[in-house]
Design a protein around this ligand. Structure first.
Ligand SMILES: Nc1ncnc2c1ncn2[C@@H]1O[C@H](COP(=O)(O)OP(=O)(O)OP(=O)(O)O)[C@@H](O)[C@H]1O
Ligand code: NI
Length: 358
């Protein structure tokens, strides 16, 4: 993590990605699942923004919405996804195909979903180089070798001619990252890229991503359910719960001074600080509810140790909770802290969002 750098890049630049009030819903026979329900956040060049939350909180749907990979029965219902100054929601399917794997690349949990078993790793990287950068022949081969070397795959020349099944899990994920980089993306979206790997390999991949980011000024959106991974990799963190971002803060501030009771619960459940060896976020009792109705209340209230009667009838808006100039938001009726709870509740009820005010 590198918060100083993050604050610097944020102060004097435009975000590379700006998600504004994004809403994505799935229309099932039974109900409408508001998987992403009014999500807003920014990512700047050279910055890693983490998205953390329990299973089902809407992290992957957020990523897939940005990539415009939402299929029926799902659809993006509202919002803007400004990338490099243009709204991705307005793009045609053809334009999106060239953006995907071009200026935005994605790395998933299972590298085998990104690799084709019947082609050599080299051919797949070279295909990406041909499609997105117009390279072919020995130029493409040379670039593919350099990419494998850049992601720390030894003996690149030989490994280029091997098939995915000849790679170990960690090496496979490195190959997927090489493929993602083949397109020279500006934004890399990683959805639990290290979850399936053992801890040592996981640490190596995180380190690799940080190196690549520094070299290339990459913006990274990093999805995980693991607060320990967030601490390693993120500059800024969005905490998601039931389709909403309930807290957003620079990583150090989030760990030192979490404001939302949900974030406080997540931090208490980090392995080593909590009870078990299970790395799932498991010490908050109960489950994430399915967000299947308009949030006229706090979706975390049923599990919240600090909930009071108003939490069932007033929807919390993001409030500025940072010390000094820190951009730190929490959506909880307990804030702002410096006024009475009744006054705070009134601000939330009147829909006076503070986002964008600072
Ligand atoms: N194709 C779909 N059809 C119906 N509901 C869906 C679909 N895809 C996702 N959902 C719902 O959207 C919500 C958010 O799912 P999402 O996959 O984004 O969660 P997540 O935070 O990525 O969880 P995990 O950590 O398990 O990957 C869930 O309630 C899920 O059931
Ligand atoms: Ni997911």
């Amino acid at each position: 993590m590198s918060t100083d750098q993050s604050t610097k890049t944020r102060a004097d630049a435009e975000p590379i990605l700006s998600v504004e009030n994004l809403r994505t819903a799935f229309y099932t026979d039974k109900e409408v699942i508001r998987a992403v329900d009014g999500v807003s956040f920014d990512i700047y060049r050279g910055e890693t923004v983490g998205i953390v939350g329990e299973s089902g909180s809407g992290k992957s749907v957020t990523a897939r919405s940005i990539m415009r990979l939402i299929d029926s029965p799902g659809r993006i219902e509202n919002g803007r996804i400004m990338f490099d100054g243009e709204d991705l929601i307005e793009k045609s399917p053809k334009q999106m195909r060239s953006i995907r794997g071009g200026s935005i690349a994605m790395v998933f949990q299972d590298p085998l979903t990104s690799l084709n078993p019947v082609y050599t790793v080299g051919n797949q990287i070279k295909e990406a180089l041909r499609l997105h950068r117009g390279l072919s022949g020995s130029k493409a081969t040379q670039e593919a070798i350099e990419l494998l070397e850049a992601v720390g795959i030894p003996d690149a020349n030989r490994r280029l001619r091997e098939y995915p099944h000849q790679f170990s899990g960690g090496m496979r994920q490195r190959a997927v990252i090489a493929m993602a980089l083949a397109c020279d993306p500006e934004l890399l979206i990683c959805d639990e890229p290290t979850t399936a790997l053992d801890v040592t390999i996981q640490a190596q991949i995180l380190e690799l991503l940080e190196e690549l980011q520094e070299e290339r000024d990459l913006a990274i959106m990093f999805i995980t359910h693991d607060m320990g991974v967030i601490a390693e990799i993120a500059d800024r963190v969005n905490v998601m719960y039931a389709g909403e971002i309930i807290e957003n803060a620079p990583v150090v501030e989030l760990f030192e001074s979490p404001k939302h009771p949900y974030t406080q619960g997540l931090l208490n459940s980090i392995p080593g600080q909590g009870l078990g060896e299970d790395d799932r976020l498991s010490t908050i009792e109960g489950d994430v509810p399915t967000p299947n109705e308009d949030p006229t209340y706090c979706r975390f209230a049923p599990r919240c140790p600090k909930a009071f009667d108003q939490c069932d009838v007033v929807h919390p808006k993001p409030m500025s909770v940072g010390s000094d100039d820190t951009e730190h938001l929490a959506a909880c009726l307990l804030y702002p802290e410096d006024i009475s709870t009744d006054e705070a509740v009134a601000i939330h009820r009147d829909g006076n969002t503070q986002r964008g005010d600072n």
